[in-house]
Design a binder for this molecule. Structure first.
Ligand code: ADP
Length: 598
């Protein structure tokens, strides 16, 4: 009996002890994870994508009440989703461990850094705020949608197709896996090639559709499909006019874009490629019948009774099934951001392991996988274009100080020139791979930046770039050489020889014939550049109506493709300025073909 009592008491004690332990633990945990603040409003300024970003944070003693972004220089459109959503996510989750927004990672991180700094001032325990505290994402029921035309990808090709399909009487749904529209177009310099009788006529530039054809065909080593190239060059000018009818504005003067071979590139009056996307967005906003589903990733094409009839996709809320009455347009772009595919298909370059890209992170070749699964023929996948103009840190084209191909030279780490800087993109990049540390300096003079307000193609002033350590300045060439650590005598000699060639107008020692102005007006500027993956020329085989073909050349009913996901146009080397022409021309055709159920 005593034994029993003793054991009962022991048990009770042990239960009470465990209870106490549990309570203590729980008690500790809840008081441990709670973060306290000095109530108030705090401000912090941190480095953003293109300049400073200032945030304001309002806290009570126990809660983050508000996060406001007071000032930023993030790229328009690209950063919108981050600016809208990151502050909301931080407040909603009471945490700094929130997901960054795909396609706007740098802006997302800058906002999080800013809030971190402000919360440090509020005396917060930052480590506790770095514990992930997401509200459980609840997967909802499968959602189904139906439209005449379903478009996968909301880049330049997909949006041109959406507008064109709608203009041809179709209802349209666009699914885009990222949090924003715009793909690569929005990041691009915005140059669009077209033989333009009005602008080129006024500038006295002799050109013809035939010349554009020949340069595209020969520039791609005669590997492109002549029928598709003809379609491209013959419809490029009407694509410019179509964009203008939709409200897009281009500058009055055309120019030669890097690797473009001829002055026929149209430059938007708006920064980068933003004008293309805002033009399409305006059309979508002011017309009924085009639905855009962001954060929705297409996984698979639905193939029933011999034709493509829809798409299986996934959104943040759950599965999505899209039924297409007429057909599906693949506009998913290329695979420049897919390391595995780059390594698998590369035959041209030294290893591309670890190489950076100018592309947005969604360029992962999904469309190729989906198309192949329904029997599409994939062509030219080894034709991968690199540019010699990548930012050494991000791989992007931003920060490029050049203003005109004619007015700058490239020198290597020794200060020596090494290539004809007016050459094809692949020739310049191959030469760059042979230089020490695979890097070079772009060198030019003050004539390229006549005022403090003068901006490069990426909306950056030279002073912004110097402040960010992405460009260097010297009042003499020797001073510039010292800044960038190259041999001054070599740099001076390189510039002198270049200037002599400009004076003589004869090809220089590298065969360069593309000259305009001498490099002779201080201050002199330099910016570092490395090779970067820019465009994957291969892809899904199509005909001139953008119908996707199988390996026997037969049409796959219900499936169309446009833009970088397709192959057969640019051969082994795409001319600068031809991508925006390609995606607009073929996007437009795809929209029409699918709407008319061709
Ligand atoms: P293009 O220049 O041909 O329009 P981009 O790369 O600019 O090509 O645009 C392609 C768009 O397609 C990007 O916005 C990309 O995020 C989107 N995309 C790629 N794969 C998918 C997918 N599986 N589902 C939905 N959207 C996708």
């Amino acid at each position: 009996m005593r034994e029993m009592k003793r054991s009962f008491t022991k048990k009770l004690l042990s239960v009470m002890l465990s209870l106490l332990l549990v309570m203590t633990l729980f008690g500790c945990q809840s008081s441990d994870s709670a973060v306290s603040y000095k109530a108030g409003t705090y401000e912090a300024t941190v480095a953003g994508h293109n300049g400073d970003l200032t945030v304001e944070v309002v806290v009570s003693e126990s809660e983050i009440l508000e996060v406001n972004i007071l000032k930023h220089m993030e790229s328009p459109s690209i950063s919108d989703a981050a600016i809208e959503r990151i502050p909301v996510a931080i407040v909603e989750n009471q945490s700094l461990a929130v997901d960054t927004i795909s396609g706007a990672t740098v802006s997302s991180k800058a906002i999080i850094n800013g809030v971190t700094e402000a919360l440090k001032q509020a005396g917060a325990d930052i480590d506790k705020l770095l514990v992930k505290n997401d509200k459980e994402a609840v997967k909802g029921e499968t959602k189904e949608y139906t439209a005449d035309v379903v478009i996968i990808g909301g880049g330049g090709a997909g949006l041109a197709a959406a507008v064109s399909a709608h203009q041809n009487g179709a209802t349209v749904i666009v699914v885009e896996k990222m949090s924003r529209l715009g793909g690569n177009t929005i990041l691009s310099g915005g140059a669009m090639n077209a033989v333009d009788p009005v602008r080129q006529g006024a500038q006295g530039i002799e050109d013809s559709v035939e010349k554009h054809y020949t340069q595209t065909y020969e520039g791609g080593d005669k590997l492109g499909n002549p029928v598709l190239i003809r379609t491209l060059v013959e419809n490029a000018y009407s694509a410019v006019q179509w964009l203008e009818e939709l409200g897009m504005t281009f500058k009055d003067q055309v120019f030669t874009v890097l690797g473009g071979m001829w002055p026929r590139a149209h430059k938007p009056t708006t920064p980068l490629g933003t004008g293309f996307i805002s033009t399409y967005q305006n059309y979508i906003d002011s017309n009924e019948g085009i639905e855009v589903l962001l954060d929705t990733e297409a996984l698979e094409l639905v193939f029933e009774e011999g034709r493509v009839t829809g798409v299986k996709a996934e959104s943040l809320e759950g599965d999505v099934i899209l039924h297409a009455n007429n057909g599906v347009i693949l506009a998913t772009g290329g695979f420049s951001a897919n390391q595995e595919m780059l390594e698998k298909y590369n035959e041209t370059w030294p290893s591309l392991a670890g190489i950076k890209t100018t592309n947005h992170p969604g360029a992962t070749g999904d469309g190729l996988v989906m198309a192949e699964a329904v029997g599409a023929n994939l062509i030219g996948l080894s034709n991968i274009q690199l540019l010699p103009m990548g930012d050494p840190v991000t791989g992007s084209l931003s920060g490029n100080i050049e203003q005109a191909v004619e007015n700058r030279i490239f020198v290597n780490k020794s200060g020596n020139r090494f290539v004809d800087e007016g050459q094809r993109r692949d020739v310049m990049t191959k030469a760059l791979f042979e230089q020490e540390d695979t890097m070079m300096w772009v060198v030019l003079d003050a004539k390229n930046y006549p005022t403090k307000e003068t901006k490069n193609n990426f909306n950056e002033t030279i002073d912004d770039l110097i402040a960010q350590g992405r460009a260097f300045k010297g009042d003499t060439l020797e001073e510039l050489a010292e800044q960038i650590g190259v041999d001054p005598a070599n740099l001076v000699k390189a510039v002198e020889e270049f200037n002599a060639a400009v004076d003589s107008g004869k090809p220089d020692a590298f065969g360069r014939t593309l000259f305009d102005k001498k490099i002779d007006t201080p201050p002199y500027y330099a910016g570092a550049r490395v090779p970067t993956v820019h465009h994957t020329m291969g892809g899904v085989e199509i005909n001139e109506y953008t119908q996707v073909l199988d390996a026997t050349g037969a049409i796959i009913p219900g499936l169309y493709a446009a833009g970088e996901v397709t192959g057969g146009i640019h051969g082994s080397n795409r001319l600068g300025g031809n991508a925006l022409a390609d995606i607009t021309v073929f996007g437009r055709i795809a929209g029409e073909s699918a709407a008319l159920k061709r």
